[in-house]
Design a protein around this ligand. Structure first.
Ligand code: HEC
Length: 127
């Protein structure tokens, strides 16, 4: 049981690597909170996997809850999240005194929140 924390670190690191497209393992089916095979999601992020989703979720839950409660994805528009995630990542990194949320990590958080149903940009409705 002592080995568990380091295994978790390895597991989440592997998730981030695959978030960069360096690895492409087929994630096992589990009870994800979202439909990852959704065609809109897959056309936005082709090949998006459960592994990536879970890496984003883990990072969001651990790093983004340090100063405030977690904000639901639906609270902000897609373009607002795109602006706030980098700002908040720098806050998280400053607080941690190291790069706890990398560029790949920001991407993973964005994709996770997108999959969770962040509000779409208003002009996607007008046509
Ligand atoms: C070091 C502390 C800290 C960490 C870590 C942090 N936040 Fe924040 N967050 C704040 C503060 C302070 C505010 C208040 C508004 C501001 O400063 O922009 C805030 C506000 C927010 C808001 C509300 C913005 C709005 O317009 O309503 C969101 C969303 C948010 N944070 C997301 C995140 C995400 C995502 C992460 C992880 C990447 C994160 N935060 C990590 C300090 C933090």
């Amino acid at each position: 049981m002592k080995a568990l924390p380091s295994l978790l670190i390895i597991a989440s690191t592997a998730g981030l690597l695959s978030a960069c497209g360096l690895l492409g393992p087929k994630a096992p089916e589990t009870t994800a909170a979202t439909n990852l095979s959704d065609s809109h999601l897959q056309s936005k992020f082709p090949g998006y996997t459960l592994t990536e989703y879970q890496a984003g979720e883990a990072l969001y839950q651990t790093q983004c809850s340090r100063c405030h409660t977690l904000h639901p994805a639906t609270r902000l528009l897609e373009n607002e999240w795109a602006l706030i995630i980098p700002e908040m990542a720098s806050k998280a990194n400053r607080k941690a005194g190291g790069e706890v949320v990398t560029a790949a990590g920001q991407q993973a958080i964005f994709r996770y929140l997108y999959a969770q149903g962040m509000a779409v940009v208003a002009d996607e409705h007008s046509h």
